[in-house]
Design a protein around this ligand. Sequence first.
Ligand SMILES: [Zn+2]
Length: 109
Amino acid sequence: MKLPAVILGATLIIGFGWILVSALHPAQADRVCPECGEEALQRLDPETTRGVTCSSCGYTDRDESSWFLAEEETVLEEIVLRERARVAGLKPEELTRAEESPQNIETKG
Ligand SMILES: [Zn+2]
């Protein structure tokens, strides 16, 4: 009868503790290079939030997220909107139309 209460209490404390820690210490950009250990990671492309490169040893990872680096340096919203349009290859107003039209338009006759 006592053990479940202890487990429940511990779970709640861990949960609230986690929220508190997350709120007090928000994620920060990790600029430590996995190759040389220098704090020299930069964004590979200022137009996107993907890809990092090391200015010290030249290490490059195209798939690594540079979201936090971008967050520190610039306005994320502009990048996200620009990237969304680029990925679709369409303007935002064209995007809604593209989603409506089905892929497999069968030609009759
Ligand atoms: Zn490096």
